[in-house]
Design a protein around this ligand. Sequence first.
Ligand SMILES: *[C@@H]1O[C@H](CO)[C@@H](O)[C@H](O)[C@H]1NC(C)=O
Ligand SMILES: *[C@@H]1O[C@H](CO)[C@@H](O)[C@H](O)[C@H]1NC(C)=O
Length: 169
Amino acid sequence: MAKSTIMVIAALCLMSVVGSAYGYDKFFVEGKVYCDTCRIQFLTSVSEFLPGATVRLECKVAANETITYVKDVTTDAAGKYSIEVEGDHEEELCEVFLIDSPRQDCNEIKSEVANLETASRVSLTHKNGIVSAVREANPLGFLKAVPLAECPQIFKELGLNANGTASDS
Ligand SMILES: *[C@@H]1O[C@H](CO)[C@@H](O)[C@H](O)[C@H]1NC(C)=O
Ligand SMILES: *[C@@H]1O[C@H](CO)[C@@H](O)[C@H](O)[C@H]1NC(C)=O
């Protein structure tokens, strides 16, 4: 009796050790949402972080587009979000994208630059060697309908043309 009890306890201990190391995965996808006040699709000194914006994390099987995971969250007062994700999603393509803006004047979701995407890809697996459970997503911006008056000056300071295109010189 005593012997079998010890064996059961030993087995439970072993299971919990193995379970925490390999059997259970949890990730936190973190990122920020901003109002892209210059419609340039990256953060500038005049970008405004957006509280109350909704983003969606979606994972899908790349080969057949089957959606395996969907979760919507809303940004906090600083425009930040954290999405808790269960399980390893090594075989899937996981992306965060914009869903809804709280601001009427800043709710456009569009890529004005051909090679820029409006979604941020995250890798949700420990099998790629990343030990941390936190995965940073690139900041995502809703475009402001009317850019701010100071944008051309900001572009110049960044070494761009006044219209935000890359300068040749
Ligand atoms: C898509 O691919 C996954 C992984 O290979 C498979 O499990 C799933 O059944 C497939 N779904 C469809 C609709 O083909
Ligand atoms: C942006 O400005 C540059 C320099 O003034 C000009 O050469 C270019 O054609 C402009 N591009 C667009 C899309 O307006």
